[in-house]
Design a protein around this ligand. Structure first.
Ligand code: PHE
Length: 495
């Protein structure tokens, strides 16, 4: 037996490193690209043309070769000003300020909207015209107009002064297109490998039935597969991030033992407002906030329930309730009308008292901005249970938001015509470092729950859906969900 403790330890030799890449693993395109490369940089587009490859295929090969240190790539960005649609129109029709002075127009009312809004200020700025008591006096008609000359030059691909480009850009007549050009060259290693590849022509890519029949496969040399070669990302259909979120919310409520309830988006004022004890002269019912529909001319609502609602209104608000007003169709302004319908069904024993939720589109006549949409989604819920209390309400909402991953939430006292007490739910946005309002809730007033259900209390809430994924995906603008930006949709990782 050899005693290994004696004598010198065996010398550990470094493993011999392969210097030449195993080109049999390369795709034929990669080999073709490699063979045609030199140590001079070559435009990838030209190279693709020369090799009759698609630009994408050439790009893929270039990057595979780069990863193997056989090639270098370089990228240069070029900014080219191009005319926007409006720019193209101005090129044809001339700028509105040009049209004004060229026509020698004297009366403002003869100008079209664009000439009034855009042309006049520019013409005044250029000191071409003066305006006195509604009349235009042309002071100067320019022989050439630098902005228009700029537009023409850009259209012809000529060099244009940066100042002019900036003004045209600002006006929206020109936009800057970024063009990327790729260059590839071979590294020293690449040149060597390329030569070797030349020598290994004749390797086969495919194993065919004919080869088996003829027995040719025995002599044939095959290219090895490179299972790690980068490939194009496959495009596939997927659910919209908002839909993914809606499904998630549904799952949470279903797991909490809620049943789903549904209602129409075109709703009678009765269910949207009256049943919720909102007086008929309440400001939220005004045109400024609510979309009324002219068709259908009126909407049905159950007269027995309405009798009880009328009583509550007349007693509580002290006015004469008008059944005609309740017939007016609206685009529902909240999903709370679905809760009102469900509550009435429970009152008629068509449904059982219990926990219900609903998710759906609501509409408000509102200016849109990064936080607001005129059309958005709400998640509504009610707990119809005689022993329910305010703490249960907070518990439900807390549990819901926790399950969605929002841990820091607070309740803020608020007012709604149909609940008492009422509160808003705010969640802390760690990124923006601010509290964001997510929705309202409360216990339906007896004036709501007694006419509909006959009992009290009912816990209720209505929450914004869009704001949640807005926070989750750290978006700046709520409109992102509705812009159908395919790149964004493809890149976004939803779970
Ligand atoms: N309907 C209210 C809203 O749209 C939310 C709400 C629902 C408040 C139910 C209290 C009870 O803001």
């Amino acid at each position: 037996m050899v005693d290994y403790r004696k004598g010198k330890p065996a010398e550990i030799k470094p493993e011999k490193k392969e210097t030449v890449i195993d080109i049999s693993k390369l795709h034929p395109n990669d080999v073709a690209v490699l063979k045609s490369l030199s140590n001079k940089e070559e435009n990838l587009k030209d190279l693709a043309n020369k090799l009759k490859l698609s630009y994408d295929a050439a790009m893929r090969s270039a990057f595979t070769l780069k990863e193997m240190k056989l090639a270098d790539t370089k990228e240069s960005k070029k900014e080219t000003p191009t005319l926007t649609l409006e720019g193209k129109r101005f090129l044809k029709e001339r700028f509105p300020e040009q049209r004004i002075v060229e026509r020698g127009e004297q009366k403002i009312e003869k100008l079209n909207e664009e000439e009034k809004k855009v042309g006049v200020p520019w013409a005044i700025k250029n000191k071409w015209i003066k305006i006195k008591v509604g009349r235009i006096t042309v002071e100067k008609t320019p022989e050439i107009y630098d902005l228009y000359e700029g537009l023409k030059a850009i259209n012809e691909g000529k060099q244009v002064d940066k100042k002019i480009i900036d003004i045209l850009k600002e006006r929206g007549s020109v936009e800057i297109k970024q063009e990327k050009t790729f260059f590839v060259s071979a590294t020293d290693e690449g040149l060597k490998t390329g030569k070797e590849a030349e020598a290994r022509k004749g390797e086969l890519n495919e194993f065919t039935p004919e080869m088996i029949v003829s027995g040719k496969w025995k002599e044939a040399k095959f290219r090895k597969y490179n299972v790690e070669a980068p490939v194009e990302k496959p495009l596939h259909g997927s659910a919209h991030p908002l839909q993914v979120y809606i499904e998630k919310i549904k799952r949470i409520f279903l797991n909490m033992g809620f049943e789903e309830m549904e209602g129409p988006e075109i709703e009678s004022s009765f269910w949207n407002f009256d049943a919720l004890f909102q007086p008929q002269d309440h400001p939220a019912r005004e045109l400024a906030d609510t979309f009324y529909l002219s068709k259908p001319g009126y909407m049905y609502y159950p007269k027995e329930v309405a009798e009880k609602v009328r009583e509550a209104h007349e007693k509580g608000w002290k006015y004469s309730w008008n059944p005609g007003v309740a017939e007016q169709p609206v685009l529902r302004t909240h999903t709370t009308c679905v809760s009102a319908r469900t509550l009435a069904e429970i009152g008629e024993s068509k449904k059982k008292p219990g926990k219900y939720f609903s998710i759906g589109r609501v509409y408000r006549n509102e200016a849109t901005d990064y936080k607001h949409l005129a059309e958005f989604t709400q998640v509504e819920g009610i707990v119809v249970w005689e022993n329910a209390n305010f703490v249960n309400l907070q518990g439900c909402l807390k549990e819901f938001y926790n399950q969605l991953g929002f841990k820091k939430i607070k309740f803020v006292p608020h007012y709604f015509p149909y609940t008492e007490p009422s509160m808003e739910i705010h969640v802390y946005d760690e990124q923006r470092k601010e509290w964001i309002e997510l929705g309202g809730s409360g216990i339906f007033r007896p004036e709501v729950s007694i006419p509909l259900w006959g009992k009290y209390p009912v816990l209720a809430w209505g929450l914004s859906v869009e704001r949640l994924p807005l926070l989750k995906y750290s978006l700046k603008d709520i409109r992102t969900f509705y812009q159908n930006d395919l790149n964004w949709l493809r890149e976004l990782k939803t779970e």
